[in-house]
Ligand binder design. Structure first.
Ligand code: SF4
Ligand code: SF4
Ligand code: SF4
Length: 279
């Protein structure tokens, strides 16, 4: 949709924590009203409603994503279906209703439970500062296909995790971020992305006492990630009695408990090596 320069400029002044929502709401309302170009008046009207009647706009949760589905060449593993399932789960859990019951006073955006997806380790959606963070992963594995010694895998790896000898490539899983670039670069199929899954990080936030989310060891398939998210929602609803955020409740011990509970479902071993039986 077209925006006038004035409208676009005004959007940049909307507080960053509601900018994305205000922008899509302005477009939604303009579409409904049959407006073909967004004006300054449209922006001001929606912005005022967001800031003055914030509680009405609080949905209870946010599911954010990167632009992997828009054709990003860096995409390792897409998460469209998983995002849909997580959104449905959070709707069914009625997080807004839960917040209305537990929060004293008006609901604010910072009360919302936030889940962010990124389709590769570049993490453009800044998932590490959200309560739950899911990052697409491709595990590079050495297949039986002969290696041409072209070296493309070595030069494609920003982590210097691939080495090449006369016998073919070797991966250092201590360095590997499971981004799958070496797999894409390998034209002979010697490096193959047989296992695709997700890294899961929990308990991140910004604010006065910021903390990066803590990464569970391992790589998980869609079903397991869904179960981890469901586990975390149950944890959150059982502990948040007056609007406390997930990250303030989720301690290192809780992180350890989740890691232990789900580690047998990882697609790789805890030392990063490949699980033989899964190949
Ligand atoms: S996180 Fe990766 S896949 Fe997603 S937009 Fe950024 S570079 Fe592309
Ligand atoms: S998957 Fe691992 S080894 Fe391959 S390019 Fe990415 S970081 Fe390097
Ligand atoms: S593993 Fe693939 S990309 Fe790497 S040197 Fe061999 S053929 Fe080239």
């Amino acid at each position: 949709m077209k925006w006038t320069q004035e409208a676009d400029k005004a959007m940049k002044k909307v507080p960053f924590f509601v900018r994305k929502r205000v922008r899509s709401r302005v477009e939604e309302e303009a579409k409904e009203a049959g407006v073909s170009e967004i004006s300054l008046r449209d922006v001001n009207r929606t912005r005022a409603r967001f800031l003055n009647k914030m509680e009405e706009e609080v949905v209870g949760f946010q599911v954010e994503s990167c632009f992997g589905d828009g054709g990003c060449p860096r995409k390792a593993n897409g998460s469209g279906n998983l995002q849909k399932r997580v959104t449905e789960l959070l709707e069914a859990e009625d997080i807004r209703g839960f917040l209305k019951k537990t929060v004293k006073g008006e609901l604010k955006f910072h009360h919302e439970l936030r889940v962010a997806f990124a389709d590769c380790p570049n993490a453009c959606s800044q998932p590490q500062i959200r309560a739950m963070c899911i990052i697409g992963a491709v595990v590079p594995e050495i297949s039986g296909a002969p290696c041409s010694q072209c070296g493309a895998c070595v030069s494609s790896c920003a982590e210097h995790a691939v080495t090449l000898s006369g016998e073919g490539p070797a991966i250092d899983f201590e360095r590997c971020l499971v981004c799958g670039r070496c797999v894409k670069a390998c034209e002979t199929g010697t490096l193959a992305g047989i296992r695709k899954g997700y890294r899961v990080l929990l308990g991140g936030r910004l604010g006065r006492h910021p903390r990066l989310a803590m990464e569970l060891p391992g790589i998980y398939d869609e079903e397991t990630v869904y179960d981890i998210v469901r586990h975390c929602v149950t944890f959150y609803k059982s502990r948040s009695t007056s609007g406390q955020r997930f990250s303030h409740l989720f301690t290192e011990k809780d992180y350890h408990d989740v890691a232990v509970q789900f580690r047998s479902r990882s697609l790789i071993n805890m030392d990063g090596s490949i699980k033989k039986q899964a190949v």
